[in-house]
Design a protein around this ligand. Structure first.
Ligand code: ZN
Length: 182
């Protein structure tokens, strides 16, 4: 495993044996990113160009079916992920609980610039209620036409909770199992 990741994770109390046991895959940070969408709050949501292009096509297709989708979160750096986990720890959450809803730094698909967390108007972001929306039904039926796939369905092998909002462009990105030598 990448020594930087071993050290970052061990600082957070996450041993490398744990990463390997959960079957997490290292996700490289994207270097070439573009603005895929600007949030209502003015925040730039970044994706790699192929994922951004596919997102634009997906979003227009959804819109012509009367379904409105927007990005809540896209690219996230390893440093940012470290910060998120650290804040949750500081708030008193046990690391085992944090890692059912949050990837360890270096292991989030958001690092690759290919993953998006999506929502639709009238739905609280990053909540299971997204599963009940017509937007989710549309994604289930059509997202794969644009190369987007649901990464963490119910009962996924990584031990993450079901994330109906999290979709990743072309899951065939190069991924390295956590226990593989580099
Ligand atoms: Zn996500």
């Amino acid at each position: 495993m990448n020594p930087r990741l071993v050290s970052l994770n061990s600082d957070l109390g996450i041993p490398s044996q744990f990463l390997a046991a959960r079957g997490f895959c290292e996700c490289e940070e994207a270097s070439c990113l573009e603005v895929a969408e600007v949030g209502a709050d003015g925040k730039d949501h970044l994706l790699v160009p192929a994922a951004a292009n596919a997102w634009h096509n997906l979003k227009s297709a959804a819109l012509s079916d009367g379904v409105s989708l927007f990005i809540v979160s896209a690219f996230r750096s390893i440093d940012r992920q470290t910060e998120i986990v650290r804040r949750k720890l500081e708030a008193g959450a046990p690391i085992e609980d944090i890692l059912t809803v949050c990837a360890p730094p270096g292991f989030s698909e958001h690092h690759t610039g290919r993953a998006v967390d999506l929502s639709s108007p009238g739905c609280r972001s990053l909540e299971l209620e997204f599963e009940q929306t017509s937007a989710f039904a549309w994604l289930r039926a059509r997202a794969s036409e644009f190369g987007y796939y649901l990464s963490y369905p119910i009962g996924n092998n990584y031990g993450y909770q079901f994330e109906p909002w999290h979709w990743c462009f072309n899951n065939a990105q190069p991924i390295v199992p956590a226990d593989a030598a580099r």
